[in-house]
Design a protein around this ligand. Structure first.
Ligand SMILES: [Mn+2]
Length: 284
């Protein structure tokens, strides 16, 4: 029998009722400070996922067996950041209310704020694990508080001190790093200390936000603010899988793929493979 032509991320074609994890795209890049284009990230990941096997030799698991629905991209109103965030929040709230795990594909990193607003409302004791090249701890960016350069600072306002654990950070202004030392836990350059943090967070609800520019630009040039000196693909794969296996994840996102900056398509392939490994590790 012929099937409807509806595109989903690799094998993530279960019904909403069956699904335990719900993927959705947040194709928004209005506040990007340098090179725009992340609005095409989620659809590129979905489309290019067909170049990838659904089976992972790393984990010996297959997305065919998973209970995941890809619900497509949100329709977001460019130019109205507040409305965009409230639409993302509402979608996340709906998924949480139904007892499912929201997994968002960005978009620029600001989209995380909408999801964290919803998750923090449900889980008082929320902690955040954040992989990124950038601290994203600015009070504002050129006077704008709702910017992807400030997203983790906005999240801190929701969860408070010592709840945010950053890894891979290698860029930010002096004030961000100074402020960060007092309010968040920042591990610079790589994933050292991740196992200890995961042990410390055992049983606590965790939101996991992964900015793909944590990768070195030689691996992942397809992003708006590339930052040399990043981690390798395999370092990220192992760290992201570990977080998804060990932490009590209550929401997560992968963001900042800007596919058109890498004409080879390799950056999109990297994003797809990281998403696949995360989904398989989350599907318990
Ligand atoms: Mn970043």
């Amino acid at each position: 029998m012929l099937k409807k032509n509806v595109e989903t991320f690799l094998e993530c074609n279960k019904t909403y009722k069956e699904a335990e994890i719900v993927l959705f795209g947040a194709p928004f890049d209005s506040t990007t400070s340098f090179r725009p284009g992340t609005r095409f990230g989620s659809s590129a990941i979905r489309h290019e996922s067909f170049g990838l096997e659904s089976y992972s030799p790393y984990q010996d698991k297959d997305l065919i067996d998973s209970k995941i629905m890809d619900s497509g991209d949100l329709e977001l109103c460019f130019g109205n950041t507040k409305k965009v965030l409230s639409d993302i929040k509402r979608r996340t709230e709906g998924i949480l209310k139904d007892g499912k795990l929201p997994f968002m594909l960005g978009g620029e990193h600001l989209v995380t704020l909408g999801a964290v607003q919803a998750v923090a409302k449900k889980y008082e004791d929320l902690h955040i694990i954040h992989f990124d090249a950038h601290g994203d701890l600015r009070e504002d960016y050129l006077g704008e508080k709702l910017s992807h350069a400030c997203v983790i600072k906005r999240c801190w306002e929701l969860v408070g001190d010592n709840r945010i654990f950053q890894f891979g950070i290698r860029s930010g202004d002096r004030e961000e790093f100074r402020w960060g030392r007092e309010h968040v836990c920042t591990r610079k350059f790589d994933f050292q200390g991740l196992r200890e943090v995961l042990e410390q967070l055992q049983g606590k609800p965790v939101y996991f936000t992964l900015d793909l520019d944590v990768l070195d630009p030689s691996v992942f040039p397809g992003t708006g603010t590339p930052e040399p000196g990043g981690v390798s693909f395999d370092q990220l794969r192992q760290a992201a899988t570990l977080v998804c296996e060990k932490a009590k994840i209550v929401g997560c996102d992968v963001n900042e793929l800007s596919p058109h900056y890498d004409a080879s398509g390799a950056s999109t392939a990297v994003a797809c493979k990281i998403v696949r490994e995360m989904l398989l590790a989350l599907d318990k």
